[in-house]
Structures are given as C-alpha cells and as structure tokens.
Design a protein around this ligand. Structure first.
Ligand code: FAD
Ligand code: NAD
Length: 476
C-alpha cells in the first residue's frame, strides 16, 4: 500500500476517534488518524475536547480547588492546623496544563505502539472515501481509505444576544484557563459544565451566580438526588437562579452586564466574567465536501444507525457528532465498536447502560432510569436508599453527605436505575453499571460481599433497603 492508501482513515482524535484508530491498529488494519486541534499557545495536540479543554483539565482544577477548600474548611476538624492558606493560581494552572500535556503526548505514544499514523491537519472527506488533509503549513495530502470514520466532535453553543469575546464573555475552554480568580463570576446554564466550573471558581474565591432558563434543577437527574444536590450547592454558596432567561449581555468597562428575566421581572446582574455553558452542538464545519452524500440531520448531527453506520457504505460516525449523550466514554465505546465491525468482528454499544457523572462535591452519578422515568413507564417498582451519614467510611472521610438510591422492578427484581450523590459517586457507579450490564437483580447485589468499611457498602445497603432488609440503614 502506498503511503497515502489506508484501510481506515479516522477524522478527529478525541475520545471517540483516537480509540477507533487504536483498535483498528490492534485489528491489524492500516490506519491514519487526522486531527486539527490547536491549543491557545499555538501547539497542536491529539485528544480533542476531552483531553485539551474538557474532561481532563476540568477534573485537574476540580481536584486542586477541592483540596484548597478542604485545607481551609476541613483540615481543622481532623486536628490538622495549618498557617495562612494561600492560593497560587499560576502553580495550579501550570499543574493543569502539565497533566493535559502528559495525557495528549500519551496518545502519540499509543498511536506509535499500535501502528496508527497520526496526522495533524484539517481533514475533509471527498466522495469515494478520499480525505484531503490540509496541514498546519497549508500543504495538501490526499488519503484514500476503504473505510472512513467521522469523529469530529462538538463545539459550545453560543447565544446571539450574549456576544462571546473570549475575555469577558467566554466559553468553558476559556474558563478553564483564567489566570486570575474573577471576583464575580456569572454562568449561563446550570448543566454539567455550569456546576463543575461554577464549583471550581467558587472554591477559589469567586462569588458565583448561575442563571438557568428552566424552572427545574437538573431535569435529567433522579429528582431525589437533584433536590439533595441543590441543597448542598446552595449551602456552599453557589447562587443558582432557576427560571432565569438571559435576554442580553454586554461587556463594558472591564465588567459584564447581564440582563435576565424571571417570574419577578427583569433584572441586571453585573459580573467580572460570564461563562456561557448552555450545551454543545455537533461540529461538522468543513468536514464533508459536496457530493459525499453523508446525511446530516436538522440539528447538525451526522445520521447513523445503532452501529454508527452512516447512509454511505463504509463511512461511519462516532462520538459527539452523532446522537446520544455527549460523553467521552460513550464515544470511546462507539469508536471501538466501529473499528471491530470494520475488521469483520463483533461490536455493540449498550446505550441503555451508559453512566453519567457530575464531578461536583458531593459528586453525582447515575446509570439507567430515574424513578420519574420508571414511574412514567408504568412498570411497578420498588426503591431503596442509604444515606452516607450512616457509612463509617464516609464519616471517616468527613464526607457523610448524600445517598445511594436503587430503583428495581417489582415483578422480577431487575435493577432499573442506580443514583448516587456522595463521595466518589463516579467510582461507585461502576459497580452498578456492571450489575446492569449483566441484567442483575437487586438480590444479586444484596448477596454480593462488599468490603467493610468502604463507600461501596452504600450500594449494598441501598440494595438491601429495596426489600426493607438494610442492616445499617433505616430502610427508606
Ligand atoms: P472531541 O473530543 O470534540 O474531538 C473531536 C476532534 O476532532 C477535535 O480534536 C477536533 O479538533 C477534531 N476535528 C474536528 N473536525 C476536524 C476535521 N475536519 N479535521 C481534523 N480534525 C477535526 N465527558 C465525559 O465523559 N466526562 C467528563 O468529565 C467531561 N467533562 C467535560 C468538561 C468540559 C468542560 C467539556 C467541554 C466537555 C466535557 N465532557 C466530558 C464531554 C467530552 O469532552 C466529549 O463528550 C468528548 O470530548 C467527545 O469526544 P469526540 O471524540 O466525539 O469529540
Ligand atoms: P448541559 O446540556 O449539561 O447544560 C446546559 C444547561 O443550560 C441546561 O440546563 C439548559 O437548560 C441551560 N440553558 C440552555 N439555554 C439557556 C439559556 N439561554 N439561558 C439559561 N440557561 C440555558 O450542557 P453543558 O453544561 O454546556 O455541557 C455540554 C455537554 O458536555 C453536555 O452534554 C455534557 O454531557 C458534556 N459534559 C459532561 C461532563 C461530565 O461528564 N462530567 C462535564 C462537562 C460537560
């Protein structure tokens, strides 16, 4: 095969595209992965939104800011006396940047180990499964592929009446790279990004106001958990205004005036920085040349079937650019599935069992259906909860807040949904994901031994509580 002929060309090296390329390499296919990501410092990097401007940098700052907060508020309770605790934001940001660099460089090493040709540049698909790559120096190279995988990801939704300037009115990427703590931070959208980034900057000293258009808080989350979360965030000082529709915002004189309307009428809020976090949209700009025939729906998503096949033979699409939750792990599984299917193997994604995590403190994680969804579906169900206040390990960690909740079917005891708010909820949910992947019953979890004292006992006790058999809890 010539240097420009491949079995598979993947466009996009985010968490959907790079795993597709790696698995294709593992499947002994000749594969190239093309990516155009450019960081603020002008360097190119693989890893997409997740590694460069999403999952990884946000978790680095969430960890650092939580430690800062705990050092101030919690160490004394443990009997640890510290002197004056000061923030060195430059050092915190340097650590964040260095973690990102290590992780994105790691992809280069993985590409090498798996025989993937990584190509930096913009990829545009032409009819006939050709991909023209325009390199950073403007040079063009045409790749030919038996199969093309489109993994071009997503980009923040911008609001016309809130003109983004990258300095005062910013998106989530800018908000991860602030070099000073804004005294007053406004966030539009109380979704996952709004809550995570709002938490980071509040812990570091900002006065944070979150404006959310909907009247309901976290509608996609089980409402017992959402209510508990709302109570904690309020106590922490996150000012979340529900039913607040932003009408306009304008930066002037080093601040931003935000005009919003709620049931009480119109208000103006002045902040030093305003983050717009109202969701993301699929990104396909410059991806498909005329005549490829690849169908894109009205909202801009590339149309695919349950196996991520587009309407064009041998053209696949995965990750944020296709339907389904915009989550890194969902994209990864799609990428791997597609690479296995291209190689003639078996591949399947179980869309019913995709975990979600919001990395606030307390953390929120869930899998499967909420109680509200089960109720609406009409299937008789039973519920068990266990509070972390009754968990010895959580108490020892000074983290006895929140609960684990399990919703199971009344008829055959199948676990339908597991919802956790509390310490390391994102780690705890993995057990529930595995249980649901194997169509476990509540009794299966009840009869599984959980080490003591661990946080995982909360899942065990919640399962016992489903049948009013909890030992350490009150069987609610
Ligand atoms: P992307 O990661 O967006 O990657 C697409 C890549 O394709 C990019 O590098 C882009 O430059 C490149 N590209 C696009 N078009 C072309 C082209 N024509 N030619 C060449 N290259 C192209 N998800 C989680 O699961 N957990 C989290 O904790 C989490 N935290 C997040 C925090 C923030 C602040 C944000 C913004 C998102 C977060 N997400 C998280 C969501 C997650 O980042 C996305 O779901 C994930 O990155 C999607 O992966 P992807 O590969 O589909 O797309
Ligand atoms: P989101 O969909 O989670 O939340 C957006 C929020 O903005 C919603 O509550 C919506 O009602 C609100 N909103 C929309 N328009 C508004 C307006 N005009 N005024 C006020 N509020 C408005 O989106 P996001 O927080 O931007 O995150 C984008 C995507 O990135 C999500 O799909 C999410 O899955 C992913 N993400 C995941 C994680 C994680 O897994 N921990 C972290 C960050 C981002």
């Amino acid at each position: 095969m010539s240097d420009n002929k491949f079995d598979v060309v993947v466009i996009g090296a985010g968490p959907a595209g790079y795993p597709a390329a790696i698995r294709a390499g593992q499947n002994k296919l000749k594969v190239a992965c093309v990516d155009e990501w450019k960081n603020f410092d002008g360097t190119y990097a693989f890893g997409g939104t997740c590694l460069n401007a999403g999952c990884i940098p946000s978790k680095a700052l969430l960890e650092s800011s939580e430690l800062f907060q705990r050092a101030k508020d919690e160490f004394g309770i443990h009997g640890i006396k510290l002197g004056d605790i000061k923030l060195d934001l430059a050092a915190m940001q340097k650590r964040r940047a260095s973690i990102v660099k290590t992780m994105t460089n790691g992809i280069l090493a993985l590409f090498k180990a798996n025989g993937v040709v990584g190509i930096q540049g913009h990829g545009r698909m032409l009819p006939g499964n050709k991909v023209v790559v325009t390199g950073p120096d403007g040079s063009e190279r045409t790749l030919e592929a038996k199969s093309v995988v489109l993994a071009s990801g997503s980009t923040p939704i911008l609001l016309k009446t809130v003109p983004h300037d990258g300095q005062y009115i910013v998106d989530s990427w800018n908000a991860l790279e602030f070099d000073a703590v804004p005294a007053r931070l406004g966030v539009i959208g109380a979704g996952v990004i709004g809550l995570e980034l709002g938490s980071v900057w509040r812990r570091l000293g900002s006065e944070v106001t979150v404006l959310e258009a909907l009247a309901q808080f976290l509608p996609m989350v089980d409402q017992t958990i959402a209510k508990e979360a709302q109570r904690h965030f309020k106590k922490q000082g996150l000012d979340i205004k529900l039913g607040a529709k932003v009408l306009s915002a304008a930066a002037k004189g080093g601040a931003v005036d935000v005009v919003y309307a709620d049931a009480q009428g119109e208000h103006t809020l002045q902040v030093d920085k305003l983050v717009v976090a109202v969701g993301r949209r699929p990104f396909t700009e410059g991806l498909l040349a005329d005549g490829t025939g690849v169908k894109v729906d009205q909202r801009g998503f590339i149309e695919v079937d349950e196996h991520c096949r587009t309407n064009v033979p041998n053209v696949w699409a995965v990750g944020d650019v296709v339907r389904g939750p915009m989550l890194a792990h969902k994209g990864k599984e799609e990428g791997v599935m597609v690479a296995d299917l291209i190689a003639g193997g078996f591949g399947e994604v179980n869309y019913k069992v995709i975990p979600s995590v919001i990395y606030t403190a307390p953390e929120i994680a869930w899998v499967g259906q909420t109680e509200e969804e089960v109720k609406a579906g009409g299937r008789p169900y039973k519920v068990g909860t266990f509070p972390f206040a009754a968990s010895g390990r959580a108490r020892a960690m000074e983290a006895g807040q929140g609960m684990a909740k399990i919703v199971s079917a009344k008829d055959d005891d199948e676990v339908l949904g597991v919802h956790v708010i509390g310490p390391l909820a994102g780690e705890l949910i993995a057990e529930a994901v595995l249980a649901m992947e194997y169509s476990a019953s509540t009794e299966d979890i009840q009869r599984t031994i959980h080490a003591h004292p661990t946080l995982s006992e909360a899942i065990h006790e919640a399962a016992l509580a489903v049948d009013k058999k909890a030992i350490d809890g009150m069987n609610r």
